[in-house]
Design a protein around this ligand. Structure first.
Ligand code: AMP
Ligand code: MG
Length: 334
């Protein structure tokens, strides 16, 4: 069974605001995206956003045989020249792999595929296969140099953990350059905001209850990205066990860290996306320690037992949703 909740972050758009709103939906990067842009050149900006997202997918897709990523993955140990954009995404993802001590690993693709997450042919690989797959996951063997990428034969890159956040960041930059001052872009589990709502109030972005259809809490956000990773977003079940798409690079199996979702809030969509995946792999304590050592983001950690923790920068920026007011929320402090 494959389950996809493309719009699992509920977005509350203000109605009746002054500038005109332009909205469109597009399917890209394996998810439904929704863009809402306010203001005079909204129509033009929407067209730009849709075209750009398709162009970026053409670079980053791991399954499209015409993509640059596919070319890198099938170069059999040789160098592949890539566009400046793929190079930038690879370099920034690799930095995050190093910074997170390999909780994020852009070479996880053979494991992701073996479990069936790109093919839809879901299966639980046997122990021997998992050992072999884990031995092939190693970001330190990826070489980047002058817009070229090289990796050992048998290893394959996957930008699934950072591409949507990067795309949101690129779109936000380009839309701002076009004069857009007010927009909200939902790219599956990634929300990128530009400015604030037309009224001047912050955007309100809901964080999904990993155990249900509703949202747990609502975050106030201005000009930032909000990215969630969770085991509930994409999974299959076999013999009563659930297996999801976020891999522990050490075992090549779904990461079971005790967390059921991680939401990251920050200025950089790429960073937020990479860290949502990495902190999910790390688990509650390691994630809190990582946050203490890195000032550039805030986080909401939801554990499998339903408990919620938020980092202190979010303390005054969230409200629990109706029906969840009784939940304890621990504030993680520096
Ligand atoms: P996200 O939804 O941002 O958490 O990213 C999950 C996607 O990134 C998966 O669908 C895989 O394509 C890929 N992936 C899974 N586990 C990892 C990992 N530990 N490091 C990097 N990429 C991963
Ligand atoms: Mg991610």
């Amino acid at each position: 069974m494959r389950k996809l909740f493309p719009l699992f972050l509920c977005i509350f758009l203000l109605t009746g605001c002054q500038p005109q709103a332009y909205s469109s939906q597009t399917f890209a990067m394996d998810t439904l995206m929704q863009f809402t842009i306010y203001g005079r050149n909204g129509q033009e900006a929407l067209a730009h956003a849709s075209a750009r997202i398709q162009a970026l997918e053409q670079l980053f897709s791991v399954t499209r045989t015409q993509s640059e990523t596919y070319a890198v993955n099938h170069a059999r140990g040789e160098w592949t020249a890539v566009s400046a954009e793929l190079y930038e995404l690879a370099a920034r993802t690799l930095d995050l792999c190093r910074e997170t001590g390999g909780a994020l690993d852009l070479t996880a693709y053979p494991a992701v595929r073996a479990w069936g997450f790109t093919t839809g042919e879901y299966q639980v690989p046997d122990g021997e296969t998992l050992k072999e797959l884990a031995a092939c996951i190693d970001y330190s063997r990826v070489e980047l140099e002058e817009n070229r990428i090289r990796l050992p034969d048998g290893m394959e890159l996957d930008f699934g953990a950072t591409a949507k956040g990067y795309a949101g960041e690129v779109l936000a930059r380009e839309l701002r350059e076009m004069g857009v001052e007010c927009a909200i872009l939902s790219l599956g589990g990634n929300v990128q905001t530009i400015g604030s709502r037309p009224t001047g109030d912050p955007w309100r972005v809901g964080v999904q209850d990993p155990e249900g259809e509703d949202y747990l809490l609502v975050l106030s956000v201005v000009d930032q990205a909000v990215v969630t990773s969770g085991g509930y977003q994409r999974f299959f079940e076999e013999n009563g066990l659930r297996y999801w798409h976020i891999m522990d690079p050490d075992t090549a199996a779904p990461a079971r860290s005790g967390l059921s979702s991680v939401t990251i809030v920050g200025d950089s969509g790429t960073l937020c996306d990479g860290l949502s995946t990495a902190l999910f792999v790390m688990g509650r304590e390691e994630a809190a320690a990582y946050w203490r050592a890195h000032p550039e983001f805030e986080a909401v950690l939801v554990s499998e037992d339903g408990s919620i923790a938020v980092t202190e920068g979010l303390e005054d920026r969230f409200v629990l949703n109706t029906g969840y007011e009784d939940r304890d929320v621990e504030v993680i402090r520096r």
